[in-house]
Every structure is written in C-alpha cells, then in structure tokens.
Design a protein around this ligand. Sequence first.
Ligand code: 5GP
Length: 115
Amino acid sequence: MSEQDTIFSKIIRREIPADIIYEDETTLAFKDINPQAPIHILVIPKKPIPNLANATSEDHILMGNLLLTAKQVAQEQGLQNGYRVVINNGIDAGQTVFHLHLHILGGRPMQWPPG
Ligand code: 5GP
C-alpha cells in the first residue's frame, strides 16, 4: 500500500464495497458511509491527490470535472432546493481521508457558519 493509497483507492478498485452512484474515466461518486444529511455523497478523482492543497495546474480539467459532476449528481438526487458542496482541506478542517473529495450535502436546511 503506497502513501497515497487510502480507503478511497480501495473503493475505486472495488476492493471494499461502496454505494457507487456515478463513474466515468476520471471521477467516482458514492454515498458517504456516515451521512451528515439525508443526502451525503462524496465525489472523488480517481487520481490519488491527497487534498486541495496538493492539486496543481496540471489538474485543472480534473478539478473542473469534479465540480460539474457534483452539480450533475445533485440534480439527479433531486436537490432542487439547494445543497452544500464542501472540501475539508487538512487537519484543521477535519479532513480524515487524504484522497481529495467533495462532499455533497442536501435534503435539509444547512446552518451557517459551519462548526
Ligand atoms: P473528510 O472528513 O476527510 O472530509 O471526509 C471523509 C468522509 O469519508 C467522511 O464523511 C466519512 O464518513 C467518509 N468515509 C470514510 N470511510 C468511508 C468508507 O469506507 N466508505 C464510505 N462510503 N465513506 C467513508
């Protein structure tokens, strides 16, 4: 297992199960195992970028694909009243899995500011 090999790499390789709802060549989306809202989906690049701080200009198409996938998934999940997209970057942000991911949270009103 390499330094960048996380639980999400295992999900990409189908070594552990996940409720996958979208996949293409570069991107995967699946339900969060510990949902914080009625709908809580993670959108990840297949490339094992640890977090946003480690993305580079070479990743600009990939980064755009992640956001557009989040929009598409949210639409398909019926979140027409709104949703939140979150990236936790690093320890202070509460990041626990060091494979870049977008959280899509929806299905209830969200509070602001977040904790
Ligand atoms: P972070 O705190 O790093 O921003 O978010 C990591 C997210 O991954 C958490 O919301 C956590 O519930 C989710 N997660 C951790 N392990 C697994 C897993 O094995 N399967 C799925 N589907 N989600 C996971």
